[in-house]
Design a protein around this ligand. Structure first.
Ligand code: CAA
Length: 258
């Protein structure tokens, strides 16, 4: 694929945004390639995805400013929709997705990371929504996801001031779960992904759905979403295997995603 690489290592799929000359900035082609890669992921075999950026400097330095610079109002809205549709597909993708942020995650890059289930980063990572300094709003979900992730007050301050923050501050405000030396980032991401992959995929996927969908409704409705997903796990091969292994005092488990 042109600007987005995909490789599978056992049950882990690795998506790499690969446009290093522009610090992996997202133009329309990169977005299309990301969409195609996502659509091609083998959801039977793969149990966790990792998204990262090519090179050691940047995860994604935002949407492509050169390409955006001449857009009309209607084209700007359509570009926002294009990014939003793809990032939303990523957010609700049935398989968990970890963002391994290896450098700049600015604008659309921060928004890409926020569309993943959670983020870890390298010590040289930098996050921010610099859009107001370019005369635009964040356009791929930044106003919505940043406010939900770190709270509206902190999100408003960061977005209004267009201030970029380093890894340690991102950790402090809960935007990332952990910071690692750059050389260790991918190994750590794979370790976390392997830990997820060894659990029952139907249960992990149901948890993702329950958390995502439950956060969008009131608690009375949210617990019903959980009840239904909890119920859906019963009578499955993986529920029988997981509970059977416990009752038989067996350490090895063979989950088959059924
Ligand atoms: N769009 C297009 N090209 C970009 C880019 C972007 N977002 N970010 C970097 N590049 C390009 C640069 O133009 C440069 O290309 P040339 O070599 O052809 O000149 C190349 O990548 C390397 O960048 P720099 O020379 O600027 O590298 P640096 O180390 O000096 O600075 C940086 C790095 C601080 C990340 C700087 O490149 C920068 O500020 N980039 C823009 C960040 C930004 O504002 N992102 C938000 C975009 S708007 C958005 O994303 C809207 C949305 O919500 C959808």
């Amino acid at each position: 694929m042109g600007f987005v690489d995909y490789s599978a290592e056992g049950q882990i799929g690795i998506i790499t945004i690969n446009r290093p000359k522009a610090l992996n900035a997202l133009n329309a082609d990169v977005l299309e390639d990301l969409k195609a890669v996502l659509e091609g992921v083998d959801q039977e075999a793969v149990r966790c995805l990792i998204i990262t950026g090519a090179g050691e400097k940047s995860f994604v330095a935002g949407a492509d400013i050169a390409q955006m610079s001449t857009l009309t109002k209607a084209e700007g809205e359509a570009f926002g929709k294009k990014g939003n549709d793809i990032f939303r597909a990523l957010e609700v993708f049935p398989i968990p997705v970890i963002a391994a942020v290896n450098g700049f995650a600015l604008g659309g890059g921060c928004e890409l990371a926020m569309s993943c289930d959670f983020r870890i980063c390298s010590d040289n990572a930098m996050f921010g929504q610099p859009e107001v300094g370019l005369g635009i709003t964040p356009g791929f979900g930044g106003t919505q996801r940043l406010a939900r992730l770190i709270g509206p007050g902190m999100a408003k301050q960061l977005i209004y001031s267009a201030r970029n923050i380093k890894a340690d501050e991102a950790l402090r405000i809960g935007l990332v779960n952990a910071v690692y030396p750059q050389a260790e980032l991918m190994d750590q991401a794979k370790k976390i992904a392997s830990g997820i992959a060894k659990n029952a995929p139907i249960a992990v996927r149901a948890c993702k759905k329950a958390i995502n969908e439950g956060l969008e409704v009131c608690m009375d409705e949210a617990i019903v979403i959980e009840e239904k997903l909890f119920g859906s796990c019963f009578e499955t091969a993986d529920q029988k295997e997981g509970m059977g292994a416990f009752l038989e005092k067996r350490k090895d488990k063979n989950f088959i995603n059924r």
